[in-house]
Design a protein around this ligand. Structure first.
Ligand code: R5P
Length: 298
């Protein structure tokens, strides 16, 4: 097995190659002056007959990274690889998993269809927005890795008797599982609705007792920080001892971090599926991906 990291590997290619003791395939990627992408496998002779793992997380500029990934998939197929496994730690476009308004594109379907058509054998993602979306991938194995055991390990050591909060219906299973794995049963669900035209978010903020307790708000993605900040602001007024925000993919666009901190969040945790700002605690996803790759090759 060989591993190759593209521009969005965020160091996971090197950490996986060290962790699993597998060789790195070196990739040259550049942009032409007019903005077109270019890919070349430097040690291309190694590809023939080998199982190739391509790592590309689709954080901004996600369109560029996706195109680069398509070029790389086609190139390794052309170079005669035995199989190609694509690892996309953060799968962009996964929130557009249906036509919420008539006429909308189902973006995640398009991305997965194109990769299937190019002949990708296996696909690995981490905490994709909705696991059902993987049905659009028509290759071999499609695995969605669950980061909750990693979160639980960190939060178990850090907290005592916390309440785990789901900031919307989609996060409910995550919160339930995290609270169970930490070893306490307390979790709360807040319902969220989004105006599909303006993007405005509204929460139903029910009664909840958090005074003196630690609170963990868990979600798959933090983008602008609005979802978690809304909940944190509300809970902060009820005097919890601490509020933690934990997510798989921390995009932190615009002023998300300061929004979270000013809403009462004391510490933020995220996986290294995307590059993270300094004040975010990093949870390494290397062991999770390595384990999935080992299972694939058994
Ligand atoms: C959407 O349902 C996702 O699970 C996240 O809750 C959402 O992407 C968070 O976005 P933001 O940080 O912009 O509120």
């Amino acid at each position: 097995m060989l591993v190759a990291g593209l521009s969005g590997a965020n160091g996971l290619d090197v950490s996986l190659s060290n962790f699993l003791g597998i060789k790195l395939l070196h990739v040259e990627s550049k942009l032409f002056p007019d903005g077109e992408s270019y890919i070349r496998f430097i040690n291309f002779e190694d590809v023939r007959g080998n199982d190739v793992v391509l790592i590309q997380s689709l954080y901004p500029n996600q369109d560029k990274r996706y195109l680069e990934l398509l070029l790389a998939i086609d190139a390794v197929k052309d170079l005669g690889c035995r199989t190609v496994t694509v690892v996309i730690p953060y799968m962009a476009y996964s929130r557009q998993d249906r036509a919420f308004l008539l006429g909308e594109a189902v973006s995640i379907r398009t991305l997965l269809k194109v990769m299937s058509n190019l002949g990708v054998d296996n696909l690995i993602t981490i905490d994709i927005h909705k696991e059902e979306s993987l049905k659009y991938f028509k290759g071999g194995v499609a695995a969605n890795l669950d980061p909750i055991p990693l979160f639980a390990e960190v939060m178990r050591n850090l907290t005592k008797d916390p309440i785990v909060v789901a900031p919307d219906q989609g996060a409910m299973n995550r919160a339930l599982k995290l609270s169970r794995m930490i070893g306490y049963g307390d979790y709360v669900l807040f319902r969220k609705s989004r105006d599909r035209i303006t993007g405005e978010i509204k929460h139903e903020l029910g009664e909840v007792e958090v005074a003196g307790r630690e609170v963990i708000i868990v979600d798959d993605i933090i983008s602008t920080g609005t979802t978690i900040a809304n909940i944190a602001r509300y809970l902060h007024e009820k005097h919890p001892s601490k509020i933690y925000a934990v997510c798989s993919h921390g995009l932190f666009v615009n002023n998300a971090i300061s929004k979270l901190i000013s809403s009462g969040v004391s510490e933020i945790f995220a996986l290294n599926t995307v590059p993270l700002p300094k004040n975010v605690n990093i949870i390494d996803s290397t062991p999770l991906i390595a384990d999935a790759l080992r299972r694939l090759t058994k």
